[in-house]
Design a protein around this ligand. Structure first.
Ligand SMILES: [Zn+2]
Length: 114
């Protein structure tokens, strides 16, 4: 990888630079990946390397703390907890649907055997 003569850090591609700007401006990692094609793993590694952080009080902010191996601040901790409970709520909603589908499939299999 090419290295910048000024900072001594690896130079960024245009996509990576845009991704870091979007991260700093508070865009979600999903939006950033869609727009720039930079995977979250790379995004947070680059963010740490270039001292870019997402706004505090966001899930992305929490992940920036993690990527920098530091304790998340209260705002980020709260954002992460909220996102986690939202994800759990979504899961609760989808479980009955999949259970229903499995039941339906089992019923159909029985019908074929007869
Ligand atoms: Zn924070």
């Amino acid at each position: 990888m090419a290295t910048s003569a000024i900072t001594g850090r690896p130079t960024l591609t245009v996509g990576q630079a845009v991704a870091l700007t979007l991260l700093r401006d508070g865009y979600t990692q999903r939006t950033i990946q869609t727009r720039t094609g930079i995977a979250p793993d790379d995004l947070y590694r680059l963010a740490t390397l270039h001292s870019v952080t997402a706004p505090h009080g966001t899930v992305e902010g929490h992940t920036c703390h993690e990527a920098a191996a530091e304790e998340p601040c209260g705002h980020c901790e709260l954002a992460r907890a909220r996102a986690d409970s939202r994800a759990r709520a979504r899961q609760r909603k989808t479980i009955p649907a999949t259970a229903r589908a499995r039941l339906l499939a089992a019923t159909r299999r029985r019908a074929v055997h007869r």
